[in-house]
Design a protein around this ligand. Structure first.
Ligand SMILES: [Zn+2]
Ligand SMILES: [Zn+2]
Length: 332
């Protein structure tokens, strides 16, 4: 089972000069698709399951990391596979999962077996492990997580922002505020567990953060909108205006623009900014699967189900569509 990602949409969208929107690693021609789950049909003789320590069994349900980290470069050897220097990416630089079968290295496969008791369709939620892991890496691994009872503010209700709501609620966030101008996305954010939504085009971000958090502000701010100039301005003003010290700002959205930062605000409020990239290593994939097994259901973000043949037209649709979030292929 497969999800269409914003990256898939951007790889199929070009500027006037012909260059594609997607700025990351690619090698064409390539079969796209990188948020997926499926059943093992054939196993190499050294393809060991991390669950059993023995070769994967055929029929085992798995999901797969999209980042094919090499395990041999300096960042990999230092324990930072998200920053691999010889990275390949499934569905970007090597053939991906909008296909019936895909061959992947066993080291990237994670069993979905523990979801079997909890979910009717483990492949549906299993294909959301990848984007949810990007959010987990951002707010927990890089952002340092939160202490139960602290507040969080998320800017941008795309799949990463939406998954972050679920993760931070599970981590004990008292109040989760999301800033999102699109009405359907705002409704989805509520469905995913956000307590309050700010429409930054219609109301003051800072005033609303103060109001919703009783002037306490947030321990963690997530920039998942891809608008660094606007978001940074809003976030640091909120940090300045609220009483909280020690806020962490996590930047997970990719953007070329620079962030305007007032050092004074960060000094006086003892705040920090960290960058987050990727979903591999640090126990992230297995922890996300365990969170799902414990009840963290992220499937409300799936807004439409299609067949494999309908993928091209739906990638086109997502170029302009503001209603759908994750479109998922199903086996029909
Ligand atoms: Zn993706
Ligand atoms: Zn590497």
């Amino acid at each position: 089972m497969n999800k269409i990602c914003g990256s898939d949409v951007h790889m199929n969208q070009a500027y006037e000069d012909g260059y594609i929107y997607y700025p990351g690693l690619t090698a064409f021609p390539v079969t796209i698709g990188h948020e997926f789950s499926g059943e093992i049909v054939e196993v190499g003789n050294r393809a060991l399951s991390k669950r059993t320590g023995k070769p994967f069994e055929t029929g085992e349900p798995v999901t797969v990391e999209e980042m094919v980290w090499c395990g041999e470069c300096k960042p990999c050897c230092d324990g930072y596979p998200n920053h691999c220097e010889r990275l390949q990416e499934i569905g970007f630089s090597i053939d991906g999962a909008f296909a019936e079968y895909i061959a992947v290295p066993a080291k990237l496969c994670w069993s979905l077996k523990k979801l079997e008791d909890k979910y009717k369709d483990i492949y549906k939620i299993g294909s959301l492990v990848e984007p949810t892991s990007v959010a987990y890496n951002a707010v927990i691994e890089r952002g340092g997580g939160i202490r139960p009872g602290e507040n969080v503010v998320i800017l941008g209700g795309g799949p990463i922002g939406l998954a972050a709501i679920k993760i931070l609620k599970m981590a004990g966030a008292a109040i989760c505020v999301i800033s999102e101008p699109s009405e359907p996305r705002a409704l989805l954010a509520k469905k995913m567990g956000a307590d309050f939504v700010i429409n930054p085009l219609k109301e003051s971000f800072v005033e609303k953060v103060k109001e919703f958090t009783d002037n306490e502000g947030a321990a963690l701010y997530l920039e998942s909108a891809g608008l660094p100039e606007i978001c940074t301005e809003d976030i640091q003003n909120a940090i300045w205006e609220c009483k909280a010290i020690n806020s962490t700002v996590v930047v997970v959205a990719r953007a070329e623009q620079r962030m305007p930062v007032c050092g004074e605000y960060f000094q006086v409020r003892r705040a920090r900014i960290v960058g987050a990239q990727g979903h591999s290593g640090h126990g992230t994939f297995p922890n996300v699967i365990s969170c799902m097994a414990a009840g963290m259901d992220v499937t409300p973000m799936i807004t439409k189900e299609i067949t494999l043949n309908e993928v091209p037209e739906n990638i086109k649709l997502l170029q302009t569509d503001k209603v759908n979030c994750k479109i998922s292929t199903v086996i029909k």
